[in-house]
Ligand binder design. Structure first.
Ligand code: FPP
Length: 249
């Protein structure tokens, strides 16, 4: 990959993507929407390889939202099968060989078929010790659901209200070890967050591109990183300096 112009010392530690535009891509090609998701999976693999080449330690993608269940049954089934059959079998082994650790965030115990949960667990277990990069797949994920689930866990723990602060909430997110994203990319020319990582992206830089997700390649990732590196991150302060895990200093 052409790293010209990118500063290796200012690589984002965590990049997250809203992979949007699969359906429109397919319609433009005269194909069924599901073909857009199939092509989107290829794009995801290429982008993941790109993130690895760039030395980005955490790469997170929005694969299926808590709202996506409202789509036609056939499309939901197809999407779940792409994730379960492609990502969690063939890709799993390729990613494992590349040293990628696979993780999931989202509601595991709500609507997700048990066999899919089993494959998710197998992929996490197989790749648990890998250190080249962490690929986190947001599956059956909603930012508001994540906050509701965190509140439930905190209330369930019996912690008194006076003891609850931002760190308490962070500790009760789906994956407390995941750093806040430095950069969030959304494809397809839509300017929305769509319930993605609502707590975590408080201080993220947002980059929007018109590229439809199935056309997204590692070069587009590098372009987004270049745009990120040109930004001045202030975290609510006057000067340019890094916050502590996204919490303003
Ligand atoms: C949005 O496009 C995309 C999704 C709802 C799913 C993203 C899924 C993939 C990229 C498939 C592979 C994923 C994994 C993890 C293997 P859209 O259908 O909303 O497109 P539109 O806005 O053009 O209709």
């Amino acid at each position: 990959m052409d790293l010209d112009g990118l500063d290796p010392n200012r690589m984002p530690r965590h990049v997250a993507c809203v992979m949007d535009g699969n359906g429109r891509w397919a319609v433009k090609q005269g194909l069924p929407r599901t073909e857009g998701h199939r092509a989107g999976e290829e794009a995801l693999f290429d982008a993941t390889c790109g993130a690895l080449d760039l030395g980005i330690p955490y790469f997170t993608v929005y694969a299926f939202s808590t709202e996506n269940w409202r789509r036609p049954h056939e499309e939901v089934r197809f999407l779940i099968n792409v994730i379960a059959d492609r990502l969690l079998t063939r890709r799993r082994d390729q990613l494992h060989a590349m040293g990628v650790r696979i993780r999931f965030i989202g509601r595991r115990d709500w609507r997700v078929p048990r066999w899919v949960v089993r494959r998710m667990d197998e992929a996490m277990e197989l790749t648990r010790k890998n250190t080249a990069m962490t690929l986190t797949v947001a599956f059956n994920y909603g930012g508001r659901a994540e906050m509701v689930d965190a509140v439930k866990a905190i209330v369930g723990s019996g912690l008194p209200a006076s003891k609850i602060d931002e760190r308490t909430v962070r500790r009760n997110l789906y994956d407390p070890s995941l750093p806040d994203p430095d950069l969030v990319i959304r494809t397809s020319g839509e300017y929305r967050i769509s319930n993605f990582l609502l707590w975590e992206l408080a201080y993220s830089e947002l980059v929007f591109t018109d590229v439809l997700w199935p056309d997204f390649r590692r070069e587009h990732l590098a372009e987004a990183v270049a745009e990120y590196q040109a930004r001045d991150r202030r975290y609510g302060n006057a000067g340019s300096h890094r916050g502590d895990e996204g919490i303003p200093g």
